[in-house]
Design a binder for this molecule. Sequence first.
Ligand SMILES: [Zn+2]
Ligand SMILES: [Zn+2]
Length: 480
Amino acid sequence: MENSDLPKAWSIDPRERIKALSELASGSVSINHGIPIKRYYRSGVELERMAKVYEDEKNLEKGFFLYMKYTTLFVECLPKHPEYKSPQTSNERKIVRGKLKTIFDRAEIIKNNLTIIYAGQHKKWIVEEQIRQAEAEQKRLQKEAQLEKEAVAAKRAEMVRRETELALELEQIEKQLEETRTIAVKASEKPIVIPPPMQRQPTYPSLQTAEPSRPAPSNNNSASIISFNEAYNNAISPAASAPLILPPLELQHTLPPSAPIQIISDTGPFPSVDRSTKPAVPQIDRSTKPAALAASDMFADMMKEDSQREVIVPTSLPDKFLSVCLDNTQKNIETCGILAAKLTANNFTITHVILPKQHGTPDSCQTLAEEELFEYQDKLDLITVGWIHTHPTQSAFLSSVDLHTHCSYQLMLKEAIAIVCAPKHNSTGIFSLTDPHGMESVSRCTKSGFHPHPTIPALFEDCKHVRMDNSLTAQVIDLR
Ligand SMILES: [Zn+2]
Ligand SMILES: [Zn+2]
């Protein structure tokens, strides 16, 4: 049994909850050795940024979750990356080392606050649980009392029924006795005299062979009466070899075995209820210890919410981007940009499309000098939520190269999207890799350049977590 209106997680000991949350965060981190390590360093910057947003919004669980993710990534996972010791990333390593202390401190502060919150919730849960158990106990007692009342009433009804039955039986017996008496009296009026005991001594052996006289057939079939007549005849018959002891009349009537008269007095007015036969009452679980709750259940709401974070795209964004790319498109050269968003209230809203320095071809586009891009994003606390590129002549889809490019975006942020603008086909696609199939297949694939991938099942799909919003506009920042 559990409190119906309180979240299940409240039943868990506060320390256990913190522990489960930490484990959930650590378990959510994995790295792909094929992804350049610089990507992870960059991802760390955005992880910290998102953690801070959640912390500022008082979403402590998510803040703590992301800080724990950060420490797991940089303390446990990244040192195993083949490029970890590369001199090219020594600067990033140094920055992260300096950061870790601050991140640990932040995580510790949130942990303490969360512990206080969890303790309060747990206390409330215990109080509610005690109230609930007291109420359940009261209900049980009421039910027990009711059952006892019903049992007494049933017993009372049974007694009344037995009494009525007995009265009828007694009446019947009285009647029979009366009839028997009448016969006896009639018999005594006949001129046959019962010989005195002295005369009934077996002093007439010669008469023993004599045929005993049969009694006149009686039209009364009562066994008791036959018994009486036989006894009577035997008594008066000279053939009787044994002295006759005529039992008193009353004793010849056998009362029905099921109706002992004394039952009335023995049972008393109304017996107390026999508790050994009372109906089984369900036992109350008096323990306040709740059943074990898996971490995934404990934070199910949080994780569910997390997987449903929306990416809000201003409706005019693709056209705005296309207008900046026009020159390239006319030259049949691809153009790409980064989708940068603000994280607020657990949703990403794309506010900027940033075009970094790049090198494009008719079917590919390579970003250059990303530092400049990062610098701009950092200035505005923007989160990378994917990328956008043109297909000057082709339709909107993700090529094999695009799949690999997008895979690394989606590995860093699972909500990452890829917008493909195909002006010749007058179409725009918003895609992401299918999870887990597309993500697993592409991240396992070690090929580069254009190469075929099995297409069934699908490796990418139209995004379901994107919402177009025509009340918003995005700024296009051209850093080329
Ligand atoms: Zn493409
Ligand atoms: Zn591949």
